[in-house]
Design a protein around this ligand. Sequence first.
Ligand SMILES: [Mg+2]
Length: 245
Amino acid sequence: MILGGKMQVEAVLFDLFDTLLILDDGEAYYTPSLMKLWEFLAKKEVKVSFDEFRQAYFEVTDEFYSESRNSLEEPHFNIRVSETLKRLGYEFNASDPVVSGATMAFAEEFMHYVRLDSDTIDVLQKLSKKYKIGLVSNFAIPECGRKLLEKFDLEKFLDVVIISGEINQRKPSPKIFEKALRSLGVDASKAVFVGDMLDLDVKGPKSVGITAILIERRPIRHVPDAKPDHTIKSLNELLTILEDC
Ligand SMILES: [Mg+2]
């Protein structure tokens, strides 16, 4: 037991997807959500086939991801949609209502694939009585992230919510974790981070001195230099791990 007794925990920070909320069947949402986005654009006189659209979208998305691997920036999803449209010969800037409408069409469909983990409410209820609770999520559609927190009634447990698309910084950037700690007024040595990804949720928080707990949702692929302080299989194990802190 690494946490028991010795460490004085003041804050517990969580990842969102596949930690507090579960995404059904991994990326099953992707094609149907993209289809809704494309249908929305088709009604706005964007005349390209779904296949053409999808191809341009993934080209743009791949470029964005390879850039953000180094920059650790998180441009809002609207920028991705706007760039995709430009590539197809349509000029809509990222703040155009056509673009934000298309993003929301994607988000609405995406939300159908998201469900609450069966432990989430009980665990947050109990932990929020003892600790400050925070959320740090990588998501390019922050409005949708906040809608999900509202839908599942999680806001009331959360003292801080940081979604990468709102601040153009994504995990594992130290900045996003430092921002969460600053908002809570808690030192890294008194904070615990819980998440499902070794590179984002273990390596990231540990780089600023936060204790990292991996929630093992699937077989773990080794990531160099990412060693969790503790590994759990379900959220309710946190209640035992943090009991003595
Ligand atoms: Mg996750």
